[in-house]
Design a protein around this ligand. Structure first.
Ligand code: GRF
Length: 215
């Protein structure tokens, strides 16, 4: 098995606090991911996640979608940064947009996202942040969780890599449920990235098979 460390790009939003980013950075530092975070790409240079990355000596790149007159041009600018840093895997961590089509095709099955619910529940357009957990509480589900999945050109529809569950408890609010799910996100995302780094994710149709570890 090829044990070359992978180069990871993390993409964050304008308000991204960066806790999943940090979980991935920590896992790289502790050897739980065979790889390194080569660059953090954000839509706003002063996003908390971008500042957090820089304070740890990680390169950041601000690429503002609004600065481009087409999705193609925005995608090309992202691709330039990915190429410069020889990126193997892109991890969306609070990135709130649909990725440009050129990134989805060039990086097919090499872009992951984490969603704070058990897809296909409470996902899709408009289902982000507190809305997700409020919807789960309002529906009355007894279990929620998080999903790491490959990214395609729609919201939250790509093949599922890992899911972790939490109970929804009596008296839960969106906030208390979000906090319980977030703990699991920080476990699931690094695990999924390491499975990728080990070459253990095989996609067939919309099913992701997890291959056994090398003996
Ligand atoms: C997480 O809840 C993640 O599931 C969702 O966006 C949030 C990002 O949080 N996609 P953070 O910036 O990683 O703390």
């Amino acid at each position: 098995m090829d044990n070359q460390p992978i180069n990871i790009a993390i993409m964050v939003s304008g308000h991204g606090r960066g806790s999943n980013m940090q979980a991935i950075i920590d896992a790289c530092g502790e050897g739980r991911i065979t790889g390194r975070v080569a660059v953090v790409i954000g839509v706003k240079d002063d996003a908390p996640a971008m500042e957090r990355a820089r304070s740890q000596g990680i390169a950041t790149a601000e690429i503002r979608p609004k600065a481009f007159d087409s999705d193609e041009a925005y995608g090309a600018a992202i691709l330039d940064v990915l190429t410069e840093h020889q990126v193997d895997l892109i991890c969306l961590a609070g990135y709130m947009r649909i990725l440009p089509a050129s990134i989805c095709s060039t990086y097919k099955h090499r872009v992951m996202n984490i969603h704070p619910a058990l897809i296909p529940l409470f996902c899709g357009k408009g289902m982000y942040g507190e809305h997700v957990h409020q919807a789960a509480v309002d529906y009355g589900v007894k279990v929620s969780g998080c999903t790491v999945h490959f990214v395609d050109e729609q919201y939250d529809t790509g093949p599922i890599i890992l899911q972790r569950t939490v109970p929804v408890e009596e008296g839960d609010t969106a906030e208390t449920l979000a906090a319980r799910v977030l703990v699991q996100e920080h476990i699931a995302y690094p695990q999924a990235v390491q499975l990728f780094a080990q070459g253990r994710l095989k996609v067939e149709g919309r099913v992701v098979h997890i291959l056994p570890a090398d003996m």
